[in-house]
Design a protein around this ligand. Sequence first.
Ligand code: ZN
Length: 74
Amino acid sequence: MPIYEYICLDCDKKFDALRSMSEADAPICCEYCQSEHTSRTISLFAAHSEGRVVAGAGNACNTCSTHHCSSCGI
Ligand SMILES: [Zn+2]
């Protein structure tokens, strides 16, 4: 299973989770403060999104840095 990185929007700490791809965008609790106000980070986007993705905007492609590849279908 791939490791995904998440950021807590309440305490601003990052943590990793080993999850299946189908679970990647499912809600996850912060392992520091147990907040559910978390977001999956996509490191390739760090340059222009501060390394975080707004919760609920889970349509970003996992495998490339663009929104225009066959795997994301956008
Ligand atoms: Zn937290």
